[in-house]
Design a binder for this molecule. Sequence first.
Ligand SMILES: *[C@@H]1O[C@H](CO)[C@@H](O)[C@H](O)[C@H]1NC(C)=O
Ligand SMILES: *[C@@H]1O[C@H](CO)[C@@H](O)[C@H](O)[C@H]1NC(C)=O
Length: 332
Amino acid sequence: MGIRSLRKKKAREPQNNPLSPNSSMVSSASSPSLTPRRKASRLYANFYVILSVSLFVSVIVLLNISSYKLRAFERVISYHMIKVVNEFPHDPQAFTQGLLYAGNDTLFESTGLYGKSSVRKVALRTGKVEKLKKMDGSLFGEGLTLIGERLFQVTWLQKLGFIYDQKNLSKVGTFNHEMKDGWGLATDGKVLFGSDGSSSLYELDPRTFKAVSKQVVYYKGHQVHNLNELEYINGEIWANVYMTDCIARISPNNGGFLGWILLSNLRKGLVEAGHRDIDVLNGIAWDDEQKRIFVTGKMWPKLYEVKVFPINKPIEEGVIEQLCLRRPLTFT
Ligand SMILES: *[C@@H]1O[C@H](CO)[C@@H](O)[C@H](O)[C@H]1NC(C)=O
Ligand SMILES: *[C@@H]1O[C@H](CO)[C@@H](O)[C@H](O)[C@H]1NC(C)=O
């Protein structure tokens, strides 16, 4: 609705309102003794009341519109750190590419590398692999997500994806998606969100695997390249950025940048404990029931439950760019 039509509507409204000054309840008919002069001045008074009300309404409408626009343009970027609240064992041979929490202290995990790729059901508390589906040696497992009873998995350097039954990990279908490559997958329960190692966040139709939308993700004018493992958390997409200890928080609606989570203390702790062969941070899982966040990495001996908290001190110019942004990669 335009401002003009709103104003007109508001200006007309008082005529039908029994509490308004010019309604029939206080009309001249109910006060027959008024002189013409007093009638005229009352008319003027009514006119001014209507005028001020409509001006007031217009100002409120304009203020709302401009603050809405400001909010849309000046998206506030937040910066968080993490605190470990629990740690669990994780298979140090797992080249983690996809991770999700499926309730009942159970995780599903997809692993990569040729000849070592798999889909697994893992007990959270023990890290024990309860079921494992080995993939063909020609395939490199990547992102994984669960819709209903079906696990969806993408593969590296291919557009080929697989669908598995979550109960027994038996393959129930294959698909071809419209991304350039298969890196990450997540879901809000209705659509698939995907990444292909570029700076694009895709929305895919889970029936046709066509790209419904493709949004380039920017942080302060820089493309955020190498978007990797994805998780849908509280209406946001959280993405590992490959070769960094940073997670990007992205709006699934428009690809807008919401914030960074810095997790370099995890790697630091592992290296200090003597784990020198660990690969990159990768893998985010979300327990929506108990609001638990889990993260791990490729060949990491541990999986962490973490809590995020805002960084209160100002971050120096250029630090985030150095920590969290990497050049685009090509694998041809
Ligand atoms: C939850 O997991 C435990 C241990 O794996 C299993 O015994 C139990 O049946 C599971 N419960 C449900 C509801 O799936
Ligand atoms: C796996 O489970 C589904 C249903 O849960 C069933 O239809 C299918 O036959 C099972 N596959 C195998 C190989 O056991």
